[in-house]
Design a protein around this ligand. Sequence first.
Ligand code: BJW
Ligand code: ZN
Length: 235
Amino acid sequence: MQTVMALVDGAERIAVLTGAGVSAESGVPTFRGEDGLWKNHRAEELAHPETFSREPHLVWEFYNWRRSLLSKCKPNRAHHALAALEAHASSMLLMTQNVDGLHHMAGSHNVIEMHGNIWRVKCTRCTYLAEDYSELPELPKCPSCGDLLRPDVVWFGEQLEPGTLHSCVEAAAHADIFMTVGTSGIVQPAASLADLAKRHGAVTVEINLDPTPNSGLVDFSLQGKAADILDKLIP
Ligand code: BJW
Ligand code: ZN
């Protein structure tokens, strides 16, 4: 822990990748833990465009349930520690796979939301895209063309926004230190960023409750709750 503290302190360029585990202590369920199933459906099934075309009611029920739950959640010590790190770092990019907006709420500015944001909706037909924090109907319709809206998030088999992946790859390739926090390291392309950063010379650090496929690859694997570890790492 002391070594990692010194490395973080001395780093010019910091890149951080976060996942659902960083929001767990805010009361947000993770995707693949014990609480990962929603009504017996897996994330791989619900976060999929084919399921949405077949059963839009089911997918919207899942997202409306999460929106309602998230409306009561606040950033935790892990989000705040990362915001404090950005405030003191000479250069830091926070890449998050989370769609909950909690990093912004904690005061982080330089954030890339790799998988979108649950508080935005977009039309399945036209170019309508809007932030919407209201309670949505069971099947929300586009105010512009009347067709079905969907959450502005990235589902399996869909490409990340153009430019987003490029910025993440650039940040990982040029980082002095690359940290992953609270991610199972299973979902691509985010899962490969630690390896990429290491191959380009970054010191790599993983902070996670459980071991992951990246644990053997990184230079430092710190096992525990993100809030507890980040609190110590970023005083
Ligand atoms: C704590 C904690 C605490 C708990 N403190 N820690 C190459 C090889 C194989 C497959 C692919 C590949 N390239 C692409 C694919 C296909 C696919 C993929 O990765 N599949 C895998 C399942 C194998 N990827 C894609 O389709 C991506 N698109 C793409 O690559 O386009 C090009 C392409 C397409 C097709 C083929 C080839 C190329 C898009 C992926 C989109 C993922 N979307 C979701 C839903 C977003 C919207 C929403 O939120 O509803 O993103 S799925 C879900 O998983 C969500 C998450 O962001 C993502 C990652 O999950 P995360 O954050 O890691 O959460 P968990 O639950 O898995 O882990 C939490 C961890 O925290 C655990 O380890 C706990 O221990 C820990 N923890 N409490 C610290 N307090
Ligand atoms: Zn429309």
